[in-house]
Design a protein around this ligand. Structure first.
Ligand code: F6P
Length: 343
């Protein structure tokens, strides 16, 4: 279930028994994404505005366990809004998945007096927050920070827009050289199990085919369509493949096409981690600032275990549990658009 609300409009996610927070921790966790720094800045400065003490936890849950926790002030987040990566660094931490690891983390938070947490990350990070909060009664607010956009309860995740723009820029360049040589390019983009980067960047670059995990790939249909294009001498083609597609990656697809349609001159480009870096787009800076601000407001209002999202340009609050389990839906209409425009 998606719960609507706004920071000034308390929803049923408020726990009336929750103590007032005075010291909060902020961290980034899981894969980094462009805009995380803008979000850290927003959390720190909103917290300070409200008279809270704010602590930065380095390397996510790993830093919580190692007590890598430091007080932050307004100046410590100066000049970072435009920077990719995360000044707090990030990690994927197995130890936090053990009871002992979480107990250590809790003791460290307690030693600093931290009574509220803001976690900027993806669904894996939210899962950890959910368990931790239930065990130790620390309110956790999640902020969706991932290039994959694979979290329910929000139209945007921090970093997605920048990653799509990076992919679009790269594919545009690939199209220039594809055109010069009459080549078929198969471009693999990131997204883990989700096809949003592929879908958005593929539509934005006029790709002939877009293969995504949410839709079973009919390779025979792709081959038939390429054969038809070859017959009418349309040799410049771009196929965008999401790394998590059920058929396989770009290399698997290239092999099949090479075997079945030898007439095509095929090249593969795997965009990889360039999609995770770079200066965040204006959109990512904006949503990161809004979400960071809103997360602190949530803690002050007594909301517990929610993810701050944006739906239809309004702040939305989804229980962390639901944000983890559900996925966003791929629009059937968008898939139809791809087909019609690829002629
Ligand atoms: O979740 C973000 C993401 O970039 C995915 O798109 C990708 O599958 C994965 O992280 C790569 O992880 P790593 O940086 O650990 O190789």
């Amino acid at each position: 279930m998606l719960l609507e609300g706004s920071p000034s409009n308390p929803s049923q996610l408020i726990d009336p028994m929750q103590k007032k927070v005075s010291k909060i921790g902020v961290m980034t966790s899981g894969g980094d994404s462009p805009g995380m720094n803008a979000c850290i800045r927003a959390v720190v400065r909103t917290g300070i505005y409200h008279g809270l003490e704010v602590f930065g936890i380095t390397r996510g849950y790993a830093g919580m366990i190692d007590n890598d926790i430091n007080r932050m002030d307004s100046r410590s987040v100066a000049n970072i809004i435009q920077r990719g990566g995360t000044i707090l660094k990030t990690a994927r931490c197995k130890e936090f998945m053990t009871k002992e690891g979480r107990a250590k983390a809790y003791e460290n938070l307690k030693s600093h007096g931290i009574d509220g947490l803001v976690i900027i990350g993806g669904d894996g990070s939210f899962k950890g927050a959910q368990i931790f909060s239930n065990e130790f009664d620390i309110p956790c607010i999640g902020i969706p920070g991932t290039i994959d956009k694979d979290i329910a309860g929000t139209d945007f995740t921090i970093g997605f827009d920048t990653a799509v723009n990076t992919a679009v820029e790269a594919i545009d360049k690939i199209r220039d050289t594809a055109d010069a040589h009459d080549r078929l390019f198969i471009v693999e983009v990131m997204g883990r199990d989700a096809g949003y980067i592929a879908l958005h960047s593929g539509i934005g670059t006029g790709a002939e085919h877009i293969l995504i995990p949410e839709k079973k790939t009919d390779v025979e249909q792709v081959l038939a369509s390429l054969q038809e294009k070859e017959k009418r001498k349309k040799l410049v083609n771009i196929v965008v493949v999401a790394e998590g597609d059920d058929f396989g990656g770009a290399n698997d697809l290239a092999k099949v096409i090479k075997d079945r349609i030898p007439g095509f001159d095929i090249r593969v480009a795997i965009l990889g981690h360039i999609q995770r870096g770079g200066s965040p787009s204006s959109m990512d800076r904006l949503i990161a600032s809004r979400m960071g601000y809103s997360a602190v407001e949530c803690l002050l209002e007594g909301k517990v275990n929610v993810m701050v999202g944006i739906v239809n340009n309004k702040m939305y609050y989804t229980p962390l549990d639901n944000a983890v389990k559900a996925k966003q839906k791929i629009s059937e209409e968008w898939l139809k658009i791809v087909k019609i425009l690829a002629s």
